[in-house]
Design a protein around this ligand. Structure first.
Ligand code: ATR
Length: 273
């Protein structure tokens, strides 16, 4: 029987997940499908009833449902709970499990783009304290990497640091240039960079020459932060790989094959940005 998976959201047309999973299905010759389904918030409960019939092996969850599905799942992975969002559902014998694969996407992207990056890493600078930051703090804590967290709104960073188990120190945004020489990794988790904007007060010359710089924004692929860092000769990893790598565990759970994030897959998704 053909295995079916989905991505639910509202709206859903913008999602690149059907393209990613569709390419993997074809590559592996799997008799399966991955379809975008527009589910309005008021229909989410009914969609879960449908899930429990076993029609689907699972699927992805995107905006605005990532928090609402918590109460509908039969069980939720503890890390998804800490991150505060579920992006992947796995259905087994009528039970729906919620997971979050964003933190694995972050780690997979850096592991592929800068092999060995976390070995001996003394500290990371994380800019921003929104939803994406949560997943990245969990990812860094899983590798025991101390973090200095800075955010425009200090209180949001304080709250977040208190909720995540890990070595997280909150520093004022205007101390970013004092923090910079003490970190081997710099991560932008904010939407700055999406519209060609940069951190005007962040002097990248303060980063060590061996520092790695990454951005979760992937459109544009080369954000001003990454362009500035590369111009200084720093290593950079763009954010597209996080999107691609977060899709791997879901595909593996539903279709039983662990897919690869190949240069060809990257090129094809890049072409849609
Ligand atoms: P997401 O869930 O995608 O991470 P979010 O929750 O809206 O998005 O978080 C956005 C993050 O980017 C926040 O840390 C936000 O800072 P505030 O907590 O002060 O709002 C940060 N951010 C967004 N625009 C910013 C800007 N122009 N300057 C500095 N920080 C910005």
């Amino acid at each position: 029987m053909s295995t079916k998976a989905f991505v639910i959201g509202h709206p859903i047309a913008h999602s690149r997940s059907p393209l990613i999973h569709g390419l993997w299905l074809r590559e592996h010759g799997i008799d399966g499908s991955y379809e975008p389904i527009d589910v309005a918030p008021e229909d989410l409960g009914r969609f879960f009833d449908r899930l429990r019939t076993g029609e689907f092996a699972g699927g992805n969850v995107t905006i605005p449902h990532k928090e609402a599905v918590f109460d509908l799942c039969d069980d939720v992975d503890p890390l998804a709970r800490t991150i505060g969002a579920v992006n992947t559902l796995v259905v087994d014998q009528g039970r729906v499990s919620g997971r979050n694969t964003d933190y694995l996407g972050f780690l997979g992207n850096l592991d592929a783009g800068a092999p060995g990056w976390s070995e001996g890493l003394d500290a990371a600078l994380v800019i921003g304290a929104g939803g994406a930051s949560r997943a990245i703090l969990v990812a860094l804590a899983s590798r025991n990497i101390p973090v200095v967290l800075v955010n425009r709104t200090r209180e949001t960073a304080d709250r977040l640091a208190a909720e995540i188990e890990g070595q997280i120190t909150v520093a004022p945004m205007d101390s970013i240039n004092e923090v910079a020489p003490h970190v081997g990794l710099c991560v932008n988790t904010t939407s700055i960079g999406m519209h060609g904007t940069r951190f005007e007060t962040f002097d990248l010359a303060r980063l060590r020459p061996d520092a790695l710089v990454t951005d979760i924004v992937y459109a544009p692929l080369v954000t001003p932060l990454l362009a500035d860092a590369a111009a200084r000769g720093l290593r950079t990893v763009d954010g597209l790989g996080m999107l691609l790598h977060q899709a791997v565990p879901g595909f593996a759970a539903w279709f039983g094959v662990t897919p690869s994030v190949t240069p060809d897959l990257r090129r094809r998704i890049e072409a849609t940005l």
